[in-house]
Ligand binder design. Structure first.
Ligand SMILES: *Cc1c(COP(=O)(O)O)cnc(C)c1O
Length: 446
């Protein structure tokens, strides 16, 4: 059995000086988190020397894993050594912006910020400023970071803040619809169309299970926004440079949003966010326009260098081919295991994202089901049963997942995100052997 004495002692100290012992709530795993000593390729090693296959990958930013290639490391070190930051522009932020605009279909211009949260906050302000309207539409159980306007619960225009500390009046301007429900989207536009500044959605829900869009869902949103003069904002903080490779999920789904938010991978493992889109819209930010946006650390040279060299490395080394291939092998292997051991459970994910949702019901026969993860195909026998919304995921066996399954995987040296909702990721440093070992662990733990 693994020994966790050092982690336990560190958590004891942390509880005295850090709220809840952590700096981000998802890290407070039960009974206490392991503290990381260091990363090694696709693995992490904890303070007691235990080694885990790491599928958390920092909750998404680490496309290449923990051991950065030489070209990435030296760019980071050079920029850190020359002086961390200046309050004046540098070439590397222009280069990263040029790279992103070259590869992401809808993005002509960008503004870099310091987190995904900051990106979605700024994107919502920009959409409101550009359209002169106040209301935004978000998906129930979508996640856009720790921001006032999107931390809402409830349905349609009956919304309330989902956290204490947020005035009721914020929620008044936020309308919610269930993901994948075209009817509900039409209804909200029929009622409020003239007041809607933007629809803000993740192209694939990545923080509430992994929920893939049904055929035509994004086209419906695109059309409704066009018909009513509203903007479509894709929050690609998690899918950006992960799903669909360098063109991002919008390329994979062939949808041009008006605004895209980025974070996670685009900073190569350092704090980052970005707002991109058509020049006409992005130029509304100050100083070119009037919508206030500013930040001491924005476009930080070390972050920009890490992001740029990570994406260049991915472009030059078929990183997406490797991680997507391993993802497919893992999801297909999981489906085989579930067919034997728990046919009601659903494998979700695409490219290098994956998860098993402990859904309670499934079809009698799995003949002809979506291969290597739920793609919401109507012809799939599971179509009636696989989660379509975040709410569907909450109805699955979330307690069993968190209290029994997750610790059993951890004990076998596989580090998964610690609840049924957050996505898991494959990185370039993972190997076929990691996939085989992970599948063995799933076989034991399910
Ligand atoms: C992670 C995430 C955010 C928040 O990003 P932070 O950098 O944690 O502030 C926003 N939207 C989506 C879709 C995310 O996955």
């Amino acid at each position: 059995r693994m020994n966790h004495e050092q982690s336990r002692a560190l958590y004891d100290r942390a509880l005295s000086v850090l709220s809840g012992g952590v700096n981000s709530s998802v890290r407070a795993t039960r009974p206490y988190p392991f503290f990381v000593e260091k990363g090694d390729g696709g693995h992490v090693i904890d303070a007691d020397g235990n080694r885990y296959i790491d599928f958390v990958m920092g909750y998404g930013p680490l496309l290449l894993g923990h051991s950065l290639p030489e070209q990435v490391q030296s760019a980071i070190q050079q920029h850190a050594a020359e002086g961390p930051m200046y309050g004046a522009p540098t070439e590397v932020e222009v280069e990263l912006a040029e790279f992103v605009t070259r590869h992401v279909p809808s993005v002509e211009m960008l503004r870099f910020v310091n987190s995904g949260t900051e990106a979605t906050v700024s994107a919502v302000r920009l959409a409101r400023g550009y359209t002169g309207r106040d209301k935004i539409v978000v998906m129930q159980s979508g996640y856009h970071g720790a921001q006032e306007s999107t931390l809402v619960e409830g349905e349609g225009d009956h919304t309330a803040p989902s956290s204490p500390g947020i005035p009721e009046s914020f929620a008044e301007h936020t309308l919610t619809v269930p993901f994948n429900d075209k009817e509900a989207a039409h209804e909200v536009f029929e009622e409020h169309g003239d007041d809607i500044a933007a629809v803000l959605t993740e192209p694939i829900l990545g923080n509430y299970g992994i929920v893939h869009p049904v055929e035509g869902y994004h086209d419906t949103l695109r059309q409704l926004c066009d018909d009513h003069g509203s903007l479509l904002i894709f929050d690609e903080v998690i899918t950006g440079f992960r799903v669909g490779g360098l063109q991002c999920a919008q390329g994979a789904f062939d949808i041009d949003p008006d605004i895209t938010t980025f974070g996670k991978i685009v900073g190569g493992g350092f704090p980052v966010g970005a707002i991109g889109g058509k020049s006409e819209i992005i130029e509304q930010f100050t100083p070119a326009g009037d919508v206030f946006q500013s930040g001491t650390f924005s476009g930080h040279p070390v972050t920009m260098a890490a992001g740029l060299e990570t994406l260049r490395y991915a472009a030059e080394h078929d990183v997406y081919g490797h991680v997507n291939d391993l993802g497919e092998r893992l999801r297909a292997g999981l489906q085989d295991i579930l067919e034997d051991q728990a046919p009601e459970y659903t494998v979700v994910g695409r490219d290098s994202m994956f998860k098993v949702i402990f859904t309670r019901d499934g079809p009698d026969s799995l003949e002809g089901q979506c291969e290597a993860g739920c793609q919401q195909q109507e012809s799939c026998p599971r179509f009636e049963y696989c989660p379509k919304t975040g709410h569907d995921v909450t109805q699955a066996e979330t307690e069993r997942w968190e209290r029994l399954f997750w610790p059993a995987m951890k004990d076998q040296g596989v580090f998964l995100t610690a609840n049924q909702f957050e996505s898991q990721f494959i990185c370039d440093a993972h190997t076929g052997e990691d996939i085989e070992n992970a599948l063995e662990a799933y076989k034991e733990a399910i």
